[in-house]
Design a protein around this ligand. Structure first.
Ligand code: SAM
Length: 260
């Protein structure tokens, strides 16, 4: 990790800001819109507005970064159901990233409660309120996920948001995605912005079913995954991936051909 790396806010097309990582040679978000990306590539595909009707929800934010995905999730859930009790685990390598987001006031457009929560999470790594328990694990996500596995954490929504596969290959391996699938609740959804064949193949190899979500700010779709066993008779049958997010024939052939 570059100890001295400083993060300078860069505007994106929806008016929200992101950072550029010199270490990974990549922007933290799409230049089409950082905030919009959190809602459309992560919160909508994990169906949190619908899932918020539960009394409680658990979220796993892999590569927490500035914290936008968690902020978008909390806003969505509590708009639908202010009484939903949310448990959030964030995994992030570099504590300086969420702290820089707070220092640069990047959450000015979000609610006061979100700013308070994200500030406390960035600096104290833990937040407890009457409707939230949140913890930020600083370190390599490959190690942090082992702790979660031991605690039997089962997420209703997993956001998989590393830098791209060429820049951050360790977090796109079958082994790591298998660990994530073991932390995914039987009725939960995992969302990622990537539609790379190798990533989809890893999701399939981890025993998940996959679907495409509509393109946001680019021509290619993102990917959503869930357990295959979310079966007949359960509460989510009508929201199966096949109904919500279909793969085109080309996408199916592409994922399967790499699989061979
Ligand atoms: C694309 S950015 C994530 C953006 C973030 N989700 C947000 O909403 O702001 C990728 C993040 O992954 C973190 N990262 C890189 N390698 C990691 C690792 N091995 N374990 C955990 N986090 C890692 C980086 O520090 C960076 O914050």
């Amino acid at each position: 990790m570059l100890d001295s790396e400083t993060f300078v806010p860069q505007a994106t097309a929806d008016g929200s800001f992101t950072f550029f990582s010199k270490e990974f040679g990549e922007s933290f978000h799409s230049h089409y819109g950082a905030r919009q990306e959190s809602f459309l590539k992560f919160v909508v595909p994990t169906q949190l507005a619908r899932q918020a009707n539960r009394p409680s929800l658990r979220l796993l934010d892999v590569c927490y970064g500035l914290g936008y995905n968690t902020a978008a999730a909390l806003q969505t859930i509590w708009t639908v159901n202010p009484n939903c009790y949310v448990e959030v685990i964030g995994l992030e390598l570099n504590a300086a990233v969420p702290q820089a987001a707070i220092a640069h006031n990047l959450f000015d457009e979000w609610s006061c409660e979100s700013i308070q929560i994200l500030t406390q999470l960035a600096f104290d790594r833990e937040v407890q309120t009457d409707r939230l328990t949140a913890k930020l694990f600083i370190g390599d996500a490959r190690n942090s996920i082992q702790l979660l596995r031991h605690s039997r954490f089962q997420a209703h929504g997993i956001f998989l948001d590393p830098f791209s596969p060429p820049q951050c290959p360790p977090l796109w391996t079958v082994e790591f995605i298998q660990q994530l699938s073991l932390c995914l609740h039987e009725y939960g959804f995992l969302a990622t912005y990537s539609c790379a064949a190798a990533v989809r193949t890893a999701l399939l190899a981890a025993g998940l079913q996959i679907g495409s979500t509509p393109p946001v700010g680019r021509r290619t779709p993102s990917t959503v995954a869930a357990h295959i066993t979310r079966g007949v008779g359960n509460e989510c049958t009508t929201f199966s991936l096949h109904n919500s997010f279909t793969l085109s024939e080309t996408e199916k052939q592409h994922s399967v051909s790499i699989f061979r």
